[in-house]
Design a protein around this ligand. Structure first.
Ligand code: KIV
Length: 273
């Protein structure tokens, strides 16, 4: 199934090579050792210890209450599984207000949590922060589009980049985070055409969630993939456990569907305006 990343541990170099040869990158969130080991065995290349743990593990209604301590705790649990997947860990709300604070907190995520890359939400505002982290040997994944940590500023959880102006801002931010040294970009809930254009322009891998089929890879929140979240299911989510399979089978089905391009389908994507 996966070719480039079958044998050894996945690194930023592996991901860059996958983009170059057009092999889709499979990413999934995990918050503990057991699930991390299962998904790594299924072929998930990037494990994201997302601050979505505020919602799906801690029971909050946003990611805002999540603290750096929580991220270190869950990242360390995931690292103990020693997955061959690359471990990316979210910097939580207000933990990267200045470049100096970001450096201190990212260092905790790496040295105590076992993070191999950190993720932060935002574009050009964080250019210097990204440069600072990268200069200290800390790989960075940027996150644009719907920004859960800015839910109150964005007025809820809505598709971003629908107007020409908003799309141009996201596109500019994407170019800036790449120029600042980011190794990867997550694009959340943007029209498929915008995500396709950004994925084509950037040399770094672009991982989509609700961003259509033409990104370099896909990410989902594990609980969404397993269909175990109460309430209304977002459009971009597919329940891979449906049909009576096992958890391991669901992870394998997700890996297969991302690799062969059958997920996300148009019903999981957002068209342009
Ligand atoms: O926190 C998280 O799980 C995320 C994904 C939704 C990309 O940032």
């Amino acid at each position: 199934m996966s070719t480039m990343s079958n044998q050894s541990s996945v690194t930023v170099v592996t991901l860059a090579q996958q983009k170059q040869v057009g092999e889709k990158i499979v990413c999934l969130t995990a918050y503990d050792a057991t699930f991390a080991a299962l998904m790594a065995d299924a072929g998930v290349e990037v494990i994201l210890v997302g601050d979505s743990l505020g919602n799906v593990v801690q029971g909050h209604d946003s990611t805002l209450p999540v603290r750096i301590y929580d991220m270190v705790y869950h990242a360390a649990a995931v690292s103990r599984a020693k997955p061959r997947s690359l471990i990316v860990v979210d910097m939580p709300f207000q933990s990267y207000v200045t470049p100096e604070q970001a450096l201190q907190q990212a260092a905790r995520l790496m040295s105590r949590g076992g993070a191999q890359m950190v993720k932060l939400e935002g574009g050009k505002t964080f250019a210097v922060t990204i440069e600072t982290l990268v200069a200290q040997g800390i790989p960075v994944c940027a996150h644009l589009g719907l920004l859960p940590q800015s839910v109150h500023q964005q007025g809820g959880y809505h598709v971003q980049g629908k107007s020409a102006d908003d799309a141009a801002t996201i596109e500019e931010d994407a170019r800036i985070v790449e120029a600042s040294g980011a190794s990867m970009l997550v694009l959340e809930c943007v029209p498929s055409e915008l995500a396709a254009s950004i994925s084509q322009q950037l040399t770094i891998p672009v991982i989509g969630i609700g961003a259509g089929p033409d990104c370099d890879g896909q990410v989902l929140v594990m609980h969404d993939l397993l269909g175990i979240v109460a309430g209304k299911r977002p459009r971009f989510v597919k329940n891979f456990l449906a049909g009576g399979g096992s958890v391991q089978g669901a992870f394998e089905a997700y890996v297969q569907a991302v690799k062969d391009g059958s997920f996300p389908a148009s019903e999981h994507s957002f068209p342009g305006s």
